[in-house]
Ligand binder design. Structure first.
Ligand code: NDP
Length: 445
């Protein structure tokens, strides 16, 4: 613990005002420092110190014009965290809360996650404090084109391949891909999450949500349980939430909640496939608020709150970081929840995780459970390089195998001296080793 404290005081001093980054590093340091204590090869080469320093950070101005002719200025970022095992890879987030701290935490997590997939993918993340809410399609295009007009010099299909994240879906990826192609005059797989007609992989939209549920199946199987008939609470109503919900329905679970930043809906009858089709239209086409679901289907809408107060067996936080707090964790346990798996990145606070682990709740962190998205992005890169397209069944099969492998890695490194399984420890150590060994092999770079 002493070495974690001194490691963290150095991190905090070097990265002031970046609480999300500190939080992500602390969680990894708590697993990795005890593990490397008796392994001088990692200590002497200062691997964790090097991993917590991004290889490169790019910050740039993004000027654009509204439909009414007003000039707006946003800030663009790309954090190129680690290229030890492959090109930088990680999504772009457009949300007013985006800052360097958020993106460094996401890029750091991404490095471990990408390593866990066993694919040749380094870690990166980027985005802007631009708020896509309420903007017209033309304003979104203006912004995306301006953003790419600077980003294009820093990315390439062989060195940095961004994808989507919060606020960046198929529409935004399309606009950015078009601008990259125009500026570079080359048609390459420089972004993933593209539309299928221009190089996107089948199953990429579904991959994070499906992969999350595949991982949950393995967690449950280890404890001789199944998902059939279980009550599931999901937060968020974006890409990850929608496809986690779809897979839960397909496997016989009953999902009772969805949310957005204004509150959550509670549908005691369960959200079925028809209601999900409505949510997809509402969120992806009309870009409406989740409250409309409650009005349409006559169920409860709870304004300003998260879904963690309802009765459920399984909780899948799929919205954003630090959305599930200590008191939420206690409430979930009180209401019978026995399994929590993260669809979002770092949605549970450290205090909430401690409650889960101390109460023997089956809990698994996002860097393991939501890796399906980046894994299929990796498969999209392979298909683009080969200039061919695999079938849905082929990609889904590979996704299932990758999630099973990640689960196996967590088990390999996750058992603690008292015999308890910590998915946090398993994911952190499992992700660390591959990156660390590659860094050592490549010398002091
Ligand atoms: P979307 O933009 O599609 O959806 C995000 C959802 O979360 C929306 O319902 C949004 O509500 C809600 N949300 C966002 N910010 C907040 C907030 N501050 N408070 C409450 N609710 C919020 O994003 P994704 O589904 O793609 O991403 C969700 C999470 O999953 C993120 O943590 C992301 O990093 C992670 N992730 C995504 C992957 C992917 O493939 N897309 C891969 C791996 C992880 P509202 O519309 O009101 O803002």
């Amino acid at each position: 613990m002493k070495s974690v404290n001194s490691f963290m005081s150095r991190i905090i001093k070097r990265n002031p005002g970046e609480p999300e980054f500190h939080q992500a590093v602390q969680e990894v340091a708590e697993s990795v420092l005890p593990y490397i204590e008796d392994k001088p090869v990692y200590v002497k080469t200062k691997i964790l110190e090097r991993m917590t320093e991004p290889e490169r950070v790019i910050i740039f101005r993004v000027p654009w014009m509204t439909d009414s002719g007003e000039v707006e200025v946003n800030r663009g970022f790309r954090v190129q965290m680690s290229s030890a095992i492959g090109p930088y890879k990680g999504g772009l987030r457009f949300h007013p809360s985006v800052n360097l701290s958020t993106l460094k935490f996401l890029a750091f997590e991404q490095t471990f996650k990408n390593s866990l997939t066993q694919l040749p993918l380094g870690g990166g993340k980027g985005g802007s404090d631009f708020d896509p809410k309420g903007k017209s399609d033309r304003e979104i295009m203006n912004f995306c084109q301006s953003f790419m007009t600077e980003l294009f010099r820093h990315i390439h299909s062989d060195n940095d391949v961004p994808a989507g994240d919060i606020g960046v879906g198929a529409r935004e990826i399309g606009f950015m891909f078009g601008q990259y192609k125009r500026l570079k005059n080359e048609f390459t797989g420089v972004l993933t999450g593209k539309g299928h007609s221009y190089g996107g992989s089948l199953i990429r939209p579904e991959a994070t949500g499906y992969g999350l549920v595949y991982f949950v199946l393995h967690m449950l199987k280890l404890h001789q349980r199944s998902i059939d008939g279980k009550i599931v609470a999901i937060s968020g109503s974006g890409n990850v939430a929608q496809y986690a919900l779809e897979k839960c329905i397909e496997l016989g679970a009953k999902v009772v909640t969805l949310s957005d930043s204004s509150g959550y809906i509670y549908d005691q009858n369960g959200i079925d496939a028809d209601k999900l089709a409505y949510v997809m239209r509402l969120k992806n086409e009309e870009r409406g608020r989740i409250k409309a679901y409650a009005e349409r289907f006559g169920c409860a809408f709870v304004a300003g709150k998260t879904p963690w107060e309802v009765n459920c067996d399984i909780a899948l936080p799929c919205a954003t970081q630090n959305e599930l707090l200590e008191e939420d964790a206690k409430m979930l346990i009180k209401n019978g929840c026995f399994c929590v798996a993260e669809g979002a990145n770092m949605p549970c606070t450290p205090e909430a995780i401690e409650i889960f682990e101390n109460n023997d709740i089956l809990y698994a962190p996002g860097k393991a459970t939501n890796a399906g998205g980046v894994a299929v992005s990796g498969l999209e890169m392979s298909q683009n390089a080969l200039r061919l397209s695999w079938s849905r069944a082929e990609v889904d099969q590979k996704l299932q195998e990758i999630m099973e492998n990640i689960h196996r890695t967590c088990i390999q490194y996750g058992y603690q001296p008292d015999g308890r399984l910590s998915y946090v420890q398993g994911a952190n150590i499992g992700g660390f080793i591959r990156v660390a060994d590659a860094m050592i092999a490549q010398g002091l770079v």
